[in-house]
Design a protein around this ligand. Sequence first.
Ligand code: RIB
Ligand code: CA
Length: 337
Amino acid sequence: MPTDSAELVVLDTDPGIGPGLDADDPLALLLILASPELDLRGVTTVFGNVPVERSTESALRVLEAAGRQDVPVARGMSVPLNGRLHDESIAEYAKQHQRIGPVDADRVERGRVAEHGVDFLIRTVLENPDQVRIIAVGPLTNVATAILKEPAFAPKVKAITIMGGAFGFDTEFGRGNITPSAEYNIWHDPEAAKIVFESGIPLTACGLDVTNPNKGTVLTEDQLLALVSEETAFTAFLHQMCKTYIDEPRFTWTAGQNSCILYDPVAVGSVIDPSLVRTRRTPVRVETRGEYTSGQTIADLRSGADSHIDVAVDVDGPRFVELFVKRLTALRDATSA
Ligand code: RIB
Ligand code: CA
């Protein structure tokens, strides 16, 4: 349960559950549920890894597995600001097999609210001015649309922490994953990312530089097996979700690593314990027109210009994973108590 001093958060996320789908969004949601420093006010879903209805279904399933159908889930945007999904996304969605497991649909659907995800974000922030941190771990379309729709929104958001971008601080992974120069979340909707980065809202960006095997920000299969050693409904779900990812990861360059890369959980970890990441305040430009570079995030280190953006340049990977496993273990025990 959140402590009295817990920070209000809304998780904006694009979870999919199944082969070829990153398990990191669901794991980020579970880490939030397991952390008393965070008071989760709701989940808003967005297209990205999967179409928005699947991300909504996945978020509902994760909350049901954790016994937290009290958390509202509001479905958000289904396409980028320009109205057009990438051809690659359309082809990918057609091949996907969402696997949320044998579920009681009524139980899973309990947390769904009719309010649009963008309106949920706006209302939650305006009802709690300067108190809500948005943790955005998918394309930034919901947040950007809220900024465009309601002028009073951006000035009242306490802060945003994203998993997104690639800033060149890791020579092997700090460039791009979906293209040589763009990280997947930004690539989905560069225009939205540009709006969010230029909104003036204090923003911490955890990019590929701090979410990759070089940094140790992975959950190994052995750690997973230890977590799920005793069979319960929760551990069966956790095991099935992570195993499908380990066997068929989203990005083939991680195949054979026998681990889940904890992209999105690192962003959550940086909120729980900011000392886990080292950040550098710098202006960031988002490329929206490059033929080969659309979605690139460029940290302008030369510039001493004022900025409200903190880019994570390093992470204590082992200490983060230790926190992650400890919190998930506590959540597992709480669900079977
Ligand atoms: O590039 C990593 C991002 O892409 C993560 O948010 C992960 O969920 C995938 O969608
Ligand atoms: Ca994600």
